[in-house]
Design a protein. Sequence first.
Length: 112
Amino acid sequence: MTKEIIPPYYSVKEVVLPFNKFPGVDPLLGPEMRSTGEVMGVGRTFAEAFAKAQLGSNSTMKKQGRALLSVREGDKERVVDLAAKLLKQGFELDATHGTAIVLGEAVSTRVW
């Protein structure tokens, strides 16, 4: 008989993508692994594990620019708040068709 074991922690794996080591390589990700390593964050909550993985990979969040929002059906209700926060921070937003419909008049986006 097998029993599901649920660990008391969360783990998040993050790739390390050193595009500065691959001049001329298209930065769009595909099925090929172009990374030279991975890191893993472990924490008591998903947020803690995610933060540790981001720190370990030296990932930095841009403070402004363009963001593409594409959210699965079950999460669409929560995307309006995220979009508003990104706009307030100085981002311009693009969205896939279904996500743009949910955002509607609440925020200004360009539909993809």
